[in-house]
Design a protein around this ligand. Sequence first.
Ligand code: NAD
Ligand code: UGA
Length: 459
Amino acid sequence: MDFKKRVLCIGAGYVGGPTMAVMASRCPDYKVTVVDINEDRINQWNSENLPIFEPGLDEIVKQTKGVNLFFFADIPTSIREADIVFVSVNTPTKTFGYGAGMASDLQYWEKTANQIIEHSINSKIIVERSTLPVKTAQAMERILKSKNNGLHFEVISNPEFLAEGTAIKDLLEPDRVLIGSHQTESGLKAAREIVDIYSHWVPRGKIITMNLWSSELSKLVANAVLAQRISSINSISALCEKADADISEISFAIGSDSRIGSKFLNASLGFGGSCFKKDILNLVYIARSYGLFEVADYWEMVIKINEYQKERFIRNIIETMFNTVVNKKIALFGFAFKANTTDTRESPGIYVAKKLIEEKALLSITDPKALENAKIDLAGMDSTVVYEPDPYKATDDASAIVLVTEWETFKALDYESILKRMKKPAFVFDGRNILNRRQLFDIGFNVYAIGKPPLNHFD
Ligand code: NAD
Ligand code: UGA
């Protein structure tokens, strides 16, 4: 079949895979190829067991794979063929040298730019899909121009706003699609080509075009503002625990103000995920490198409150369990950084598990989808940890349940039968405020939730 355009995506991860599957399903006139340096990942995409779990992903990949969606390990050939290249390689926090622990590590990104100039035989549009520091497109352009081979590479910023667990829905019905370009004739022409792709399924009013640097920076700011809301409510949860107020009631009260809105006000044991912390650190680093110290300090507090919240949660567990958890079995309910994903990157579960292991507790971890990743995260320090798919078995002889991830299945368990399996006094520490505290208390648990007065049988 003759395709209108050939789109390539470099990076077959959490963003590249789902994004391109949705694009292929909505643009049958485009050929969409996805490549990755990790051949195992490509093989998984080509198998029945996709490398990531997202509700709705399997179906959409089944409809399109081999029709106009192709997962391929041959990067040079794919680059040669492509008209438009989306780049969604990882951009983790730098762990070495200047900016270690703060700046973005752009080595994967730079390698991609070099691969593109090495193998290109036609001019292309290069689309930044990874989250990048503002002005990265400038560096990309300098690399792409360095070969002086007569080809023209127009760099466009098109940041991704999907959240894991709802990726397919977010991609099919995005709040907005952002396309940033140089405001030059060739920049605007390239932006129009990207608008054409999204117009296949996104209403034109939701496709926002703007200046390249505003687009790059908008992505960092979107994540910073979302995380800031969580840190704001989490900071107030500490105050609620002192003042006998209830954080859920406060979230409801303030969220009912249409100027504030109700989303991202759920108090928790802290936010996780591969991006919030990394992107805010990057924003802080950029602000500091421009000498904007007050701006940097302001955003850094969002991270500090998150660390404080995780630490506060674990300290409360230990103090409540009579200041020792040595040899006590503790069931961790959940390990993924949020529900409906296998992803555990920066999960608060990692922090909680490591601290409890240090305190010599005996952990039994249960999670509907993330146990394999949990094993990788705790490798080397998990000689006493049990990974148990069945939440009931995970609670056998346990002294406490620590709820880390808000999986629906945890709400529907038979807690009376769980209580019978557990040692007494039995504790529940709900790090997500999803369990029915009053009911758990009434059947005999001592219940501690985030930002709510404890319900215990000791007084
Ligand atoms: P990921 O680690 O799941 O996937 C990145 C992939 O890129 C990996 O499979 C890696 O092998 C591949 N890769 C790296 N260098 C390569 C190269 N030179 N050639 C070919 N392949 C290469 O990462 P992700 O979660 O998909 O995130 C990608 C980017 O998107 C990051 O910048 C992230 O900040 C951003 N983002 C992520 C999400 C999310 O929900 N995960 C959402 C929005 C934006
Ligand atoms: C987040 C953003 O929501 C996406 O728009 C963005 O594209 C993505 O980061 C990215 O750049 O990677 P994600 O990290 O997948 O998406 O998931 P979120 O739903 O934002 O949750 C992040 C963390 O905050 C999770 O640990 C979640 O449990 C926690 N959270 C979320 C709270 O503690 N309280 C809330 O009210 C909401």
